[in-house]
Write a protein that binds this ligand. Structure first.
Ligand SMILES: [Zn+2]
Length: 252
């Protein structure tokens, strides 16, 4: 039978001449006594047919197969997946991955998280993290420290607000508590901590005296006074006097 002479929307049963969208197994078994095993295949073989369906049905089947392949996505390799993750995360705003993409990550890298890291992203930052736990917060704080990123509250709040929010929720209710849980002394991670230590505080004070500048609390840097009070546990005049400098008791 020549293909192009076939009507598009039906085929004719070679046994009974009835028209169908497709010659189906049930019809062949019931009407024509076919074996239940492979009736359609037997029918096609018997009449030398490539198909037992009309053109429309065949077209629809092709579409369904095509759709299925599309849903399956590309044939994933590690390289293709990494490229896809970068495309998603670098688009503005970042796009969420499809379920099949996550599955490819699990298959090729052991987990989606591992795949994201393999693509060069900090997982928690890149995904805006959905599942915070105390352990995870502690780990990220340590990662920041190892990477030389600032740990003081202000910087974290600015650079990684989700981490700061989660930390305060999991370590009610201060960033300092989260730092302590990660094994850091919050006093070492203030905005001013890099500026002052005992040596620099003392030498600053001696220079003030040498240059005959004011050493009154009201004139001196607030962050230094803060350092003295918190880190050295001294009030300002006590600190000045501990250096052998008489603190002026007369207001200038
Ligand atoms: Zn028939």
């Amino acid at each position: 039978m020549r293909r192009d002479s076939e009507p598009a929307d039906y085929v004719v049963c070679r046994h009974c001449r009835r028209k169908f969208r497709a010659i189906r197994a049930l019809h062949l078994i019931r009407r024509h006594g076919y074996d239940a095993e492979h009736p359609v295949a037997d029918y096609k073989r018997r009449f030398g047919l490539e198909s037992a369906s009309c053109r429309e049905v065949r077209q629809r089947l092709r579409e369904i197969r095509e759709e299925f392949r599309t849903r399956q996505g590309p044939h994933w390799t590690r390289r293709i997946l990494i490229a896809e993750i970068r495309r998603l995360f670098r688009s503005v705003p970042p796009k969420r991955e499809a379920v099949r993409t996550r599955e490819a990550g699990r298959r090729l890298f052991g987990s989606w998280e591992a795949a994201v890291r393999a693509a060069g992203f900090h997982y928690e930052e890149a995904t805006g993290i959905r599942h915070w736990t105390a352990e995870r917060i502690v780990r990220i704080i340590r990662e920041r420290a190892a990477a030389g990123k600032p740990l003081h509250s202000t910087a974290v709040k600015r650079q990684f607000p989700a981490l700061h929010r989660a930390a305060i929720r999991h370590f009610p209710s201060s960033w300092a508590k989260a730092l302590r849980a990660a094994g850091f002394d919050p006093r070492d991670h203030r905005m001013t901590s890099c500026r002052w230590d005992q040596t620099s505080a003392e030498s600053w004070m001696r220079q003030q005296v040498a240059k005959r500048r004011s050493i009154l609390a009201r004139d001196d840097p607030v962050d230094l006074q803060d350092f003295v009070r918190r880190k050295l546990g001294a009030n300002w005049s006590g600190f000045v006097e501990s250096l052998g400098i008489p603190y002026p008791d007369v207001k200038k």
